[in-house]
Design a protein around this ligand. Structure first.
Ligand code: AGP
Length: 362
């Protein structure tokens, strides 16, 4: 059954492995035979009227929102803000004239996010919840719902919900951009991309033994580690660091590569792992120089790089996809690094200390 671990030692590994299928399932559910998004006209019309999108979420869902911002701004030209729900709830930003709210929540039960939704409803605004759980609180209370269809996510560390959230954001951004006659959206072949992503993810999860070796060599003994990147790669680096923190207890930071030298580089010591995520042509060279700067201070540098930007000596190569879809691939090795570090430390991968799967207190 869906909630059976089968031969897997932990749910997390099963859920990582399920991601290629989730991508295929989402393409089937949310795209027509010709590859056009199947999104209700009502939802699209509400979104079309908006002058600004506000994405709200916590933890991994917030991180999926950061990627969503790039998708919406590139494909729809609609300014998009992303907010941590616990911050938004008590320090609401000044809203635009016609805001539209998107709530990202795997469980649909996160109290911090719900608090924002209560205020949004009180203000008479329309909203969409993107969630894995039908009839969850956030789904019932929002105007619209899109389901993640990722199957139950049981491990505390979220994996397939993150990639499903991004895939749905891509489909929605394509739909909205097309509804607004945006040429970039018309040209963005989301079905083809999701196919490439599914195949690419499969290739990455098939590299398990390589990633386990890497995790053992570089992460087992280190007290701290850095993931760095620019733009969308920075967004993924935040998620990569969260995974490592929550299940392997390595103090990890996701950092904007260019910002390191403004202070944080002081933390680099001999052997500190610094992992560069490199999927964007315009910033690839810059992140590479930032990695060199840390290497000069003793860091042990690793790279996760899109094939077309790869150079000899890179650590892990990602199959090429549209640069906007790259998080769907770049995150996978970081999930596996966190998994194998936790596993080889003998920790309870699925139930890390101090954490609950859904956080129902503010
Ligand atoms: C993810 O690995 C975390 N366990 C956590 O950050 C989680 O994403 C967050 O609590 C939000 O949960 P939700 O998506 O169910 O709202």
């Amino acid at each position: 059954s869906e909630t059976d671990k089968g031969t897997y030692p932990f749910y997390m590994l099963k859920e990582i492995d399920e991601q290629p299928n989730v991508m295929r399932r989402l393409a089937q559910i949310y795209l027509s035979e010709t590859g056009e998004p199947v999104i209700s006209d009502k939802l699209l019309n509400s979104m079309k009227q908006a002058d600004r999108i506000y994405i709200v979420g916590a933890g991994t869902s917030y991180h999926a929102g950061l990627v969503g911002k790039r998708l919406f701004e590139n494909l729809t030209q609609t300014p998009t803000e992303v907010h941590i729900s616990s911050e938004f709830a008590y320090e609401q930003p000044i809203l635009s004239k016609k805001p539209f709210f998107i709530f990202l929540s795997q469980s649909g039960e996160t109290a911090d996010s719900r608090e924002v939704l209560v205020n949004v409803n009180a203000g008479g605004y329309e909203s969409l919840t993107i969630t894995n759980v039908q009839n969850s609180t956030l789904s019932r209370e929002a105007t619209y719902t899109l389901l993640l269809h990722a199957g139950p996510e049981i491990a505390v560390a979220s994996t397939k919900a993150y990639t499903a959230q991004i895939a749905i954001e891509a489909i929605l951004a394509k739909a909205l951009g097309e509804a607004d006659n945006q040429i970039v959206a018309q040209r963005f072949d989301v079905r083809h991309q999701l196919g490439l992503v599914a195949t690419g993810m499969q290739a990455l999860v098939d590299e398990k033994s390589k990633i386990e070796k890497l995790a053992k060599a570089s992460f087992l003994k280190t007290p701290n580690a850095f993931y760095i990147g620019r733009g969308i790669d920075w967004s993924v680096s935040l998620e990569a660091a969260l995974k490592l923190k929550e299940i392997s207890y390595v103090q990890a930071e996701g950092f904007a590569s260019g910002e390191l030298k403004h202070g944080t580089i002081a933390l680099i010591e001999k052997g500190t792992p610094v992992i560069g995520i490199i999927t964007q042509e315009k910033t690839a060279g810059l992140t590479r120089s930032n990695l060199q700067e840390t290497m000069a201070r003793g860091a042990q540098i690793l790279t996760i790089v899109s094939e077309s930007l790869a150079k000899p000596g890179d650590t892990l190569i990602l199959p090429d996809v549209d640069p906007l879809m790259s998080p769907l691939l770049s995150v996978v090795p970081t999930q596996l690094i966190a998994y194998y570090t936790s596993l080889n430390k003998g920790l309870d991968v699925d139930k890390p200390r101090n954490l609950a799967k859904s956080v129902t207190v503010e």
